[in-house]
Design a protein around this ligand. Sequence first.
Ligand code: ATP
Ligand code: MG
Length: 450
Amino acid sequence: MGYSSFNDVVLPVEVKNIINTLKNNGFKAYVVGGAVRDSLIGKTVYDYDITSSARPEEIIEVFKGDTIIPTGLKHGTVTVLKGGKGYEITTFRTEKGYSDLRRPDEVEFVSTLSEDLKRRDFTINAIAYNDEEGIIDLYGGLSDIKNKILRTVGDPKERFSEDALRILRALRFSSELGFFVEENTAKSLTELKNLLKSISVERVFSELVKIISGKDAERVLTEFSNVIFTVVPELEKCYKFEQRSSWHSFDVYTHIVKATAKIDNIPRLKIAAFLHDVGKPETFFVKNGEGHFYGHAEKSAITTERVLKRLKAPNRLINEVVMLVKYHDIPITPDDFTIKKRLRKFGEQTFFDIISLKLADGYAQGTDKAVAEMQKTLKVKKLAEEIIARGDCYRLSDLKLNGDDLLGLGYEGKSIGMALDRILDDVVCGNLINEREILLESAKKRIKNL
Ligand code: ATP
Ligand code: MG
């Protein structure tokens, strides 16, 4: 189903003012790209990109009363700050020479909007708008939005060869917007997928996260799996890898894709789901006709770290994701003691992330056995929420006793940490009440047994 009508493009007052100021100084100016596209389909717009006939030095002159950031003067981009928010104004331009398949060697400023729109990647991104002239759609972008089609402006082979990042941008928009990639565009990007090897890994990573996080990730990751494997070759082994397990209805890659699509839309969770079983094929063995994957979480964690380091993901994100992958199948039974132990080991965020991953994993197994397991996991989640809401003790910092108290009782060195751990275990088990006098008494008794 496509769109039967479009929303009006309503510009914020700052954007209207910028366009009017440029116009009053004799220049043309339009909103272009994502802002027009997303306004038309009723999505929230965060960034307004403006394209103008004014040269960078002219933009600077026109806005000399405002704060200006010369973002990329060589490429014709100046950012003007209005009300604390930046608006990028880019001079009409074409791009020439793509010797590194990514950044144009040279940009050439041009005088017409039509030439500027021609260099843009997809028809849906090549629509311009201002209040005076309305929508300017020279490449059939409106009709493509209506029919939910993603198509390059001009010959797809040429456009993807000029800048291979567009291959991933195509999958990204397809996934985020739920648009189908037009046949020729799809054919060309698949043929040219190996050009992606020349693209900077940071850009690859940023697009990849958007691809796996889009609402149509399941379709895109399935339809374009071979493009995905050029940037994450580690996943190729999972493709059509039959699990021969009574827990699983799908092959490993299909399972991964379904889990990724299902999990909450938070980057660390999406990435963890996408890589959580990457190590499965290496650990596969069959016993009595049933497939097993002992140690696969550990293996997957090692591979996950390698993949994310190669893609230069931020270190903190790598640590969080590796942790989730490593522990995604740790048993957590629905009883207070186990839950508190796990809460203590992982901290709240990671604990609930593991629960989310377990639920998405279970959903993507597609068997009754897995559904029964998910019921248990939901119970764990509920109990953990209750533990936290009650303020039950499960961390050392919750204990009404600390290291200084133990020093005062004559404990020394390592024995302090060990004693605190045991006391906490007793409190968590319900053998001790978390009251200072009681804990001091218990510590006194323990020291005698040291
Ligand atoms: P979003 O901001 O939602 O990511 P967007 O369409 O605004 O989407 P940007 O990366 O902000 O994407 O780029 C703004 C516009 O610049 C695009 O809509 C497109 O017209 C053009 N553009 C960006 N990158 C490329 C590229 N690699 N090749 C050609 N045109 C591009
Ligand atoms: Mg944008």
